[in-house]
Write a protein that binds this ligand. Sequence first.
Ligand code: SAT
Ligand code: MN
Length: 599
Amino acid sequence: METDIKQLRHKKLRTWIEESAALCKPDKIYVCDGSKEEYDRLMQLMVKNGMAIPLKKKANSFLFRSDPSDVARVEDRTYISTTNQADAGPTNNWVTPEELKKTMRGLYEGCMKGRTMYVIPFSMGPIGSPIAKIGIQLTDSPYVVCNMDIMTRVGTKVLDQLGEHGEFIPCLHSIGAPLAEGQQDIPWPCAPIEKKYISHFPEENLIWSYGSGYGGNALLGKKCLALRIASAMAQREGWMAEHMLILRLINPKGKQYHIAAAFPSACGKTNLAMLQPTVPGWKAECIGDDISWMKVGTDGRLYAINPESGFFGVAPGTSYATNPMAMETLKENSIFTNCALTDDGDVWWEGMTPEPPIHAIDWKWRDWTPGSKETVAHANARFTAPAKQCPVISPDWEKPEGVPIDVFIFGGRRPSVVPLVYQAYNWDHGVFLGATAASETTAANIGAVGDLRRDPFAMKPFCGYNMGDYFSHWFAMGDKLGDKAPKLFYVNWFRKSGDGSWLWPGYGENSRVLKWICQRIEGEVSARETPIGYVPNEGDLDLAGMNIPTENVKQLLHVDKDAWKTEADGIAKYFTEFGDHFPKRLSIQLEEMKKRLAG
Ligand code: SAT
Ligand code: MN
């Protein structure tokens, strides 16, 4: 039975839906119940209107192709709108709420004409978990509804949990493509780039997104709510919302270690989250691949949940060789966006199999054959797959209280300078490592690929408040956690040799680095003190059975003082961007590193 919005018990919710509908003027309002029947019906509708292509080779799975202008997050069009610009800080685009709302109201006016407004009640985190939050997204995209169904917990049960007075985060979304009377729809309607706005109003926990139907721009539970709005809430309320995967490692004695690791978009978080250890006797379980919400438990330790229920993973490069568990996860009940369509009705992307298909239809709907100038899948092509289908999903992945975190890891793509792994001397030093993290840019954002940029805690595009205050929040959390705080490490899987080849094979072999990390926690393995932190001695990493030249290992663990002096200069320059919100404790860390480098 369809829910009439008049039947909604939550008065504030009802009023907000009515006001949004009065502005956007949809033909119809539909409250999602989250059922399989509803998902199937919407998919069929999209198949019928040519937006979705059912895949013969994957049960209940569909391929979508976006407009070529709508293929990734748009950081340039993303705003943190606070009364004072200082509260958004130097890393965010800022406009006053008044002005931004005025502009966006103009765009929202009548923007859903000819379309249905879907009301999606969703929970980030297991419903009822003390760490979970409820959001309600209004959208005119059935594609978004189906993706949200996989990525979050959607439906009537969320409304039940909300009750009459519960707290929810309103998320208004429109693709910005109204249909005139009788106008034919197109497969991927959206607004031109200059009309796209991904806006956050952290002072009132509000999200307004306009003009894009793709990924983080449109699936508002993910980056908008679970990172930008949640990070601001977490700072106010004393918890953490981080751009981190969550992984459980189990040593041969059965001891569990929980690792939360921050890497920028498209740097292998999903691969690491689904790691198949190559070190004998070690096992891994996946808890989450992108976002971690963490609160201090009654025992004083930090407990993490994965607020999502699906994976929105980068398709290119994903294969049975690089991430077999992801390949198993996406075998059915999945959505593919901007991948290629093979002649036998399957998807394909660069790197999926050693041999490309002899013919395919590319992500722009054109014939494609191997050797063609352009890639067959877009570099930011994605799969959306249910987390519960992952063969290595942890039996505890939905534990309402979360799992206790032992280790934080930071990292990024650094072809040079940064060694394979090193450990921070203490919490403050670890915060310095997170704050100075840098990485080469990837296709996950619209913009240049391959430039080095500082991406502190992998949160540059996702921090919903002043980054200087965010650094201070990390120090405050360390003070609160005291000796129960996780230990901090930095890794770099992406170091290259002089001839441009990778020095480290990565993927499952990364378990060797994780083993060293766990052994460090237990005090079971040594390391040498260097100006940048504790680095393994050559014999400290378990490389048994691995065919890696000694010369590579040497280079991977080398700390080049001159290169690090240049790095320190870059960091000093970078730190000046933060002005008076910058915590002194970080400057102290830089000074100490410089002293160690001079010594
Ligand atoms: O498009 S998303 O923001 O969801 C993916 C990413 O950039 O990590
Ligand atoms: Mn991400």
